[in-house]
Design a protein around this ligand. Structure first.
Ligand SMILES: [Zn+2]
Length: 82
């Protein structure tokens, strides 16, 4: 089970780390279930450390963690403001 996902955007050259439960991630399906392809790629990982390592290996210019689920956010239900 992938607990963390790395979202790679090859158009804007960034990689962002999400928790599985994040509404932006949605278990790697993203927010838009039908558009999982053209410029975004989801990479499953089992831990935050692995996600960071993978993100660095992708070689994107920017690596950050999701504002919604990253950093110090608790594992509790994530509030997604859209
Ligand atoms: Zn997120």
């Amino acid at each position: 089970m992938a607990e963390f996902w790395v979202f790679e955007n090859r158009t804007h050259n960034y990689a962002r780390i999400h928790r599985r439960t994040c509404c932006m991630c949605n278990d790697g399906r993203g927010m838009h279930t039908s558009s999982s392809g053209s410029n975004g790629h989801w990479h499953p990982t089992s831990s935050r450390e692995e996600a960071l390592r993978l993100a660095q290996q992708l070689g994107q210019l920017t690596i950050n963690e999701c504002d919604t689920c990253g950093g110090e956010a608790p594992d509790a239900a994530l509030q997604c403001v859209t």
